[in-house]
Design a protein around this ligand. Structure first.
Ligand code: NI
Length: 135
């Protein structure tokens, strides 16, 4: 099995807020991340696809194609957007790094037809990284 990874970056705003809780409960859980008008991050996402290289091409997936898929399905939809408000596939989801990674997985899983989506790694800050591998 070979694992190939495409890295991409985007900037987005979010607010961590659970509408089922009171403002003070949200403050207690999310602190500054619950600021009313949100805040931003420069995210890095790493999309890893696993598979056997094809005999004809030597590729698991052509990284040019993976770049296009990630660009079209994810980056174009989230870059310079507010994740709570502007992004259809994030509606009703508290946009923690964990949930963003899961949402990206859901969007990409069906779109990647060469190899199999193996993981989504999302760097929210230099020091905070989450990884989702499905299920
Ligand atoms: Ni944040």
């Amino acid at each position: 099995m070979v694992y190939v990874t495409r890295r991409a970056t985007f900037s987005a705003a979010h607010r961590l807020y659970n509408p089922e809780l009171s403002d003070s409960e949200n403050d207690a859980i999310y602190d500054k991340c619950s600021n009313k008008h949100g805040h931003g991050h420069n995210y890095i996402v790493e999309v890893t696809v696993a598979g056997e290289p094809r005999v004809e091409t030597g590729y698991v997936i052509d990284l040019k194609k993976l770049k296009e898929i990630v660009g079209r399905e994810i980056i174009d939809k989230v870059d310079h957007k507010h994740l709570n408000i502007d992004v259809e596939f994030m509606q009703g989801i508290i946009p923690t790094a964990e949930n963003i990674a899961k949402a990206f997985w859901k969007v990409l899983y069906q779109k990647i037809t060469e190899g199999t989506l193996y993981s989504i790694r999302l760097h929210e800050t230099e020091n905070n990284v989450v990884e989702y591998r499905g299920e």
